[in-house]
Design a protein around this ligand. Structure first.
Ligand code: K1U
Ligand code: ZN
Length: 175
């Protein structure tokens, strides 16, 4: 399996809407294995396929604590069926916006339907960090980033900072 390069802001692929998985075969299994390798290496608690440049509706997660055994979870074609009116504020980061963390307001609970790797459908009611992570990752599948939930001032500042970093990285170094 392989650790793949993570797509970072301002890469336009992060704004693509990912396509549903039509059939779960070897290609999807290899993608999922590579997503776990990449997510654990980063390290992160979640990853959407588009973050390694693959526009398919696939999400991996592992919310196990530091001293717990791994708890790898795969969600194929995840859909939010309902959200609570109650709001939760959680600090979020994003592997595609490295080293930037900010508090985000989102519904405290969500009900999510998804397929597992055997193509079996499940429904789960999520709260806490699982609810936050589902919303963050499903946003990625729709081309939405957590900075889109911040004020325009904060969002524009972040976009500008990463656009400048990308420009500087492209320019030849001076002596
Ligand atoms: O999708 C991503 O960019 C991954 C992101 C997921 C996420 C984090 C926080 C709230 C919602 C969703 C990350 O994993 S950022 C890294 C991170 O949070 C973390 C890394 C190592 C240990 C603990 C947390
Ligand atoms: Zn992210």
């Amino acid at each position: 399996m392989a650790i793949r390069e993570i797509v970072v802001l301002p890469d336009k692929r992060l704004r693509e809407v990912s396509k549903p998985v039509e059939s779960i075969g070897e290609e999807v299994r290899t993608l999922v294995a590579d997503m776990f390798d990449t997510m654990y290496d980063a390290p992160g608690i979640g990853l959407a396929a588009i973050q390694i440049g693959v526009p398919l509706r696939v999400v991996t997660m592992d919310l196990a604590g530091k001293d717990e055994d791994k708890q790898p979870q795969v969600f194929i074609n995840p859909e939010i069926l309902s959200k609570t009116d109650e709001i939760n504020i959680h600090e979020e980061g994003c592997l595609s916006i490295p080293d930037y963390y900010e508090e985000v307001e989102r519904p405290a609970g969500v009900t999510v339907r998804y397929l597992d790797l055997d193509g079996k459908a499940h429904e789960v009611e999520a709260t806490g960090i699982l609810a936050t992570c589902f919303q963050h990752e499903i946003d990625h599948l729709n081309g939405v980033l957590f900075i889109d939930h911040l004020s325009k001032l904060k969002r524009d500042r972040v976009i500008k900072r990463y656009a400048k970093a990308a420009r500087l990285a492209k320019e030849p170094a001076e002596d």
